[in-house]
Design a protein around this ligand. Structure first.
Ligand code: TRP
Length: 345
């Protein structure tokens, strides 16, 4: 099968923050599984693009060290967990200058009214309103125009299926609007992308029982040391039921996380242990062992990558080269279409 006849699946990860168990269960593990051919029939018909969205990170953070560190951690995490850079085009957004170039071109044909409707921007305005602040307080043009950059990320590679969380569906729809408008004015360049939502993926609870998320500060980092992992698991909120008292698995974060890492049989077994009144300390010990078993080996590889950043850099450079084989001709064709071309031809 040639690469054109394969379906292009493309997604980005914003480089703010350290990967946690929720990212792993909700995004990383399913994405790696889906991109591993042989394991999986559809992977053979798929041409996967996965990138570190480091220019997107600037929308959320102006801390250079944080953005840099997070890029390293995210790259090392995906590679340690088995992403194969030979099979997946794995790159850093900032290494593909055509993305930024296209972003400006699209900015010039995107209606401001479309951006006014973006949820992230509207939420910021709403927050300002509730706080009695000026509507534009702390709203940068980066935040406002962010869906255009995301459209450029997708359209420059003609990404077709875009695996994202629910909060990002609107942005993929905006990318379609933006693509359509460009195609209409300048001729067919872009295919229409579609959001791909995985209904089966678990949303993990955090230490306090709310969704595990860095904005709630309730996360368990994916590759913290064994000792720290044990400590984190011990911090998961439970009720005051004593050992021997039956416990409700359905309302327990310990059980919910257990389920995300266990086989069907292990889940059934833990359910009956809850009914028989397993002590919280014991349940947490079991949970630690289960998670650690799955993560111990990748953790070693992660630490190796983190200690060998030249190797990480090399992989990303090779990924950027493959990506630019696609983005450079696309941008050349866009430039020609909009009238920016050499005088002599
Ligand atoms: N905005 C996405 C997020 O916050 C990350 C992202 C940036 C992305 N560019 C993308 C996802 C392009 C899919 C396609 O999750």
């Amino acid at each position: 099968m040639t690469s054109q006849s394969k379906q292009r699946v493309l997604t980005g990860i914003t480089t703010t923050g350290t990967p946690h168990l929720g990212n792993y269960v909700g995004a990383i593990r399913p994405a790696i599984k889906a991109s591993t051919p042989d394991n999986n029939e559809t992977a053979n018909d798929t041409d996967s693009f996965l990138f570190l969205a480091d220019y997107h990170a600037m929308i959320k953070s102006h801390d250079p060290e944080k953005i840099h560190q997070s890029s390293k951690e995210i790259a090392a995490t995906w590679l340690a967990l088995g992403l194969d850079p030979e099979k997946v085009t794995f790159y850093r957004q900032s290494d593909v200058p055509e993305i930024m170039e296209l972003s400006w071109v699209l900015t010039c044909s995107t209606a401001k009214g479309l951006m006014n409707r973006a949820h992230a921007y509207k939420a910021a305005v709403q927050d300002n309103d509730s706080a009695g602040a000026d509507a534009d307080y702390a709203v940068t043009m980066g935040l406002f125009s962010y869906p255009i950059l995301m459209a450029a990320d997708i359209l420059i590679f003609n990404g077709q299926k875009i695996p994202v969380g629910r909060d990002q569906i609107q942005h993929v729809e905006m990318a379609r609007d933006i693509a359509q408008r460009f195609n209409h004015r300048y001729g067919e360049h872009f295919v229409m992308p579609e959001a791909l939502i995985d209904e089966n993926v678990a949303v993990l609870q955090g230490l306090d029982g709310r969704k595990m998320s860095k904005s709630y500060n309730n996360t368990i980092p994916l590759f913290e040391t064994e000792k720290k992992l044990k400590k984190s698991i011990n911090k998961i909120k439970t009720n005051l039921l004593e050992p021997g008292e039956p416990k409700d698995p359905e309302t327990s974060t310990v059980f919910q996380i257990w389920q995300a890492f266990s086989t069907v049989e292990q889940t059934a077994d833990m359910r009956s242990q809850f009914e028989q009144g397993i002590a919280w300390g014991e349940a947490k010990k079991c949970l630690f062992n289960l998670i650690n078993q799955e993560l111990a080996e990748p953790r070693e590889r992660y630490l190796e990558f983190m200690a060998n950043t030249p190797a990480l850099e090399k992989i990303l450079q090779q990924g950027a080269e493959k990506a630019r084989d696609v983005s450079a001709p696309m941008m050349a064709s866009v430039r020609k279409a909009i009238g920016i071309r050499p005088m002599a031809s």
